[in-house]
Design a protein around this ligand. Structure first.
Ligand code: NAP
Length: 485
């Protein structure tokens, strides 16, 4: 990795402002998914390291929560500036360990930075309330206070943005954090932590523990000092954390899996819908929680839509994310590729049709060919689970009711998209879809200014927007008596 600033690539965890290499015999390799070579190692930290990180966050919390809102805002703004100044290096680190095309990695760094900027601004606006008292001798106030030490557990698919979307509001609110990044993509998290340190954010406010999840997770869940867990990842691990957090009644924010429907009605602007589905389905090689997983197309335009999408998909270029002009990088690991292949062969076995497939010159073993499947039905595995790959399955439907029944027929409820030009239909569909986020005539719904989150088994709580900071604040009602006479 040829970084302008090699100091951004850290192979240590960060506890109480000290970069810790950990036990020399307990390290894990970080693998470049484009060719499976080792980029380096990080410590495989354990319960004791995690306990030390929690203790550091607890100690620092005392001062950090008293730091003025204005000062916290300045420090976050300085952090944002450094992230933008180091965009090239951060994107290079991200693509090297995660695989996405470099242009997308740059977009993720900008997107991730946008949360730091947004919450640096929100830090100044944490107000409170005054409530008219029921008696004349009393006054009642509601004070907003930071929750305390927060555990931040993040996945590999957006290794920078998933951290900033949580850590920026936590710090703005006055909380301190222990971050556990995915062991597949720790370098992006560590680089972001280096920049926080350079921005002047005090030691111990941000701690990063690297390694395999079980021992670290157990300590984060069971340690009573941790007052909140903010998790992005699979529904399986999210519900495991929820059960564990029950014993010490921790607060939870859970951003979990999705199974997004993308509905195209007969009256849609088809070209706009094609742009939308390309953006939604194929970003990050289809490895996003909000990506279109089930593409429902109405009978009257099905053939035209399928032909236009196929034309775009066969032209996609697959290869290492650092090569210019690549649309789809490698999948994160072999297990991810195996799941994609399993979904495709299950669909073909049950009667789906292979409509189009991009040519993948033999680029390596972790690459999936962008594919359009036709005549997909709800009996197939890819209708029930996230495929997490560049596979576009087309379902044919006749009526609005049928489309809604397929769309809502999932335990997940993160994102949904639909395309129509009819106003009445727009409102009816938007209000009937059981999802936390709905896009009408757009395939892009992620921005720092709007609440992000799901319903049903897609999670609890919202990130981003003016609501995101509330996840890290407690309300204290303060009653003042004896004011009569
Ligand atoms: P995952 O397996 O659930 O892992 C997520 C994080 O949890 C990783 O840091 C993982 O560590 C850690 N983890 C695993 N087992 C744990 C345990 N027992 N205790 C504590 N932490 C544990 O999910 P993933 O495969 O990385 O990410 C893909 C999933 O994330 C998909 O389902 C996707 O839809 C979802 N996602 C949701 C959103 C959203 O905003 N709703 C955004 C992005 C992704 P290791 O990686 O080190 O094993």
């Amino acid at each position: 990795m040829k970084l302008k600033d090699p100091g951004l690539l850290r192979q240590s965890g960060l506890i109480d402002g000290i970069w810790r290499a950990g036990n020399a015999n307990k390290r894990i390799e970080v693998i470049d998914p484009s060719d499976q070579t080792a980029l380096g190692t990080v410590p495989d930290m354990d319960g004791a390291d995690t306990k030390a990180a929690i203790a550091a966050a607890e100690r620092t919390f005392v001062d950090w929560k008293k730091t003025t809102h204005g000062r916290r805002a300045e420090l976050l703004a300085a952090w944002y500036n450094l992230v933008i100044e180091n965009l090239d290096d951060l994107a290079l680190i991200l693509t090297s360990e995660q695989g996405k095309p470099l242009a997308e990695a740059r977009d993720e760094i900008r997107y991730g930075a946008s949360f730091i900027k947004w919450f640096s601004e929100e830090a100044r606006r944490i107000g409170g309330m005054t409530i008219p008292s029921p008696t004349p001798d009393r006054r009642i106030l509601v004070l907003k206070e930071p929750v305390g030490v927060c555990a931040i557990i993040t996945p590999w698919n957006f290794p920078t943005a998933m951290i900033t979307r949580k850590v920026a509001p936590a710090l703005a609110a006055g909380c301190t954090v222990v971050i556990k990044p995915s062991d597949l993509t720790p370098y992006s998290a560590l680089a972001i932590a280096v920049l926080a340190e350079r921005a002047g954010i005090p030691k111990g406010v941000i701690n990063v523990v690297t390694g395999m999840p079980q021992a670290i997770g157990e300590e984060l869940i069971s340690n009573p000092t941790v007052r909140k867990i903010s998790f992005t990842g699979s529904t399986r691990i999210g519900s495991l954390l929820m059960r564990g957090a029950a014993d010490s009644v921790k607060r939870l924010s859970l951003e979990l899996g999705g199974n997004a429907p993308f509905i195209v009605f007969d009256d849609a602007d088809i070209d706009l819908a094609i742009e939308g589905v390309i953006a939604s389905k194929f970003r990050n090689g289809g490895q996003t929680c909000v990506c279109a997983n089930r593409i429902l197309v109405q009978d009257g335009i099905y053939d035209e839509f399928s032909a236009k999408l196929s034309e775009r998909v066969v032209a996609m270029k697959v290869g290492p994310g650092l090569v210019q002009g690549i649309d789809i990088g490698p999948m994160i690991n072999e297990a991810a590729l195996a799941k994609i292949n399993r979904h495709v062969s299950d669909a073909l076995q049950k009667g789906a049709q292979l409509v189009a497939q991009a040519k993948t010159v033999a680029v390596g073993k972790q690459y999936a060919a962008p594919t359009v499947l036709g005549n997909v039905t709800v009996e197939m595995e890819l209708a029930r689970e996230e495929t997490f790959g560049p596979i576009a399955p087309l379902f044919r439907f006749k009526t609005d009711e049928e489309a809604l029944s397929i769309a809502n027929g999932t335990p997940y409820g993160l994102a949904a998209y639909f395309y129509t030009q009819n106003l009445k239909r727009s409102w009816r569909i938007a209000e009937t879809l059981e999802f936390g986020m709905v896009g009408l005539n757009t395939g892009s719904i992620s921005t720092e200014v709007a609440p992000f989150g799901g319903v049903k088994q897609s999670g609890l709580g919202r990130e981003g927007s003016q609501l995101g900071i509330e996840e890290y604040l407690e309300m204290k009602s303060f009653h003042i008596g004896g004011l009569g006479g």
